[in-house]
Ligand binder design. Sequence first.
Ligand code: AMP
Ligand code: GLY
Length: 444
Amino acid sequence: MSLGGVYVLPIFDSKPQPKEINLENCLGKTVLVIGGGGREHAIVDALSRSPQVSKIYCAPGNAGIGEQAFNVPLKDTDVEGLKAFALEHGVDLTVVGPEASLAAGIVDAFRAAGLKIFGHTKAATAIESSKEFAKKLMLKYGIPTASYRSFDNYDEALAYVAGRPFPAVIKYDGLAAGKGVVIAADLEEARKALADMLLDEAFGKGKVVIEDYLTGPEFSFLCFVDGERVYPMPLSQDHKRAFDGDKGPNTGGMGAYTGLPFISPGDRDFALREIMCKAASAMVAEGYPLSGVLYGGLMKTPQGIKVIEFNARFGDPETEVVLPLLESDIFDIFDAVATGVPAKELRWTEGVTLGVVLASKGYPGKYDKGCPIGGLDAIGGRVYHMGTAFKDGNLVTSGGRVLMVVSGGKDLADAREMVYAEVAKVRCDNLFYRKDIAHCAFEK
Ligand code: AMP
Ligand code: GLY
């Protein structure tokens, strides 16, 4: 679709509209989305385009989500509260965003109460929550990944690391809110990481996985999975470091894009067949069928594509660039996976998306909250709220990552030009963003 010489993807052509309650809509479905970040805003946004959905609740939601859904002040791990809410409010389908809700057993509890829910059982969530479980699964079923050993004894782990080349990759065996992986450059760094993970009560005194250090570009492969059925989404790439040139500390993700220049159709087919489909079948064979999103954090190494990690949920900020490309009705796929029946084939818009995260100055370290935000009404692309709130009627920052602006285009140069023009319209004194999202597409 072309507007004034600028290519605009169909769904970027119109502003998101709140659902109108008309007679036809009243017969539609009520959906509850769990979570309150940019990922959940993108899920709510996609659901709001469904003609079958008449009412969307989001728990806890955020200020931006509140324009497209009814926010519900319940924590994403308050399984009993969420279950009572869904039962009381006639929720037809619940869609889970965060891994913490899955690990808290929300899917098991909802199913036991006869509620339909999109997400994995607590047992199946082990593919993300336990590094050792995921590694054993990959080894057993021949899914390509770095070779590894696991330890729960500090001295043995240290001796093992000391006898191997550096950098050493040390992973905590459990959910660690993104802080569980240390790439230790030397023995001293390894010693500290192992002491934190194996000797320190604060971390949980768990187990560690120590694996080979791999090199190559990383990318994310998100698939809807229902048992053996795998429905792939477009590939995307996150930017984890805080500053341009992939410098600075690791963050939750500072931007993402689709249309990866370094992945061939053959690479994608390999990743789908040998990694994502194999993992889905392996989980069925092990007695833990998946019923939500499987996220492959993959790396294109000189020896081929390998798994860095699996997640049991949509990625953030990948979801914000992937879901705007979905032309099919997202309710159908959520409903089919939650019910365990085959879904219609998914249609995706041609073209690419590029999204830039605006974060509070100081993030991922200390930062201020409550800074006023303006200018969003003038933005032409999609604006997903990651950490915003209303204070005295004004929109303010309320988190580290605050907003994500996403534009579509026929290619990445197009999308990049558009997105940075839109980002410049955001008025807030306390935000920063990376200027080089999708840089590897432009490097000679
Ligand atoms: P994870 O939480 O497992 O995705 O790891 C976080 C980050 O650490 C990844 O995105 C990679 O950049 C890096 N990483 C993890 N495992 C390896 C590995 N085996 N080799 C090189 N880098 C790794
Ligand atoms: N973008 C990284 C993640 O969602 O884990």
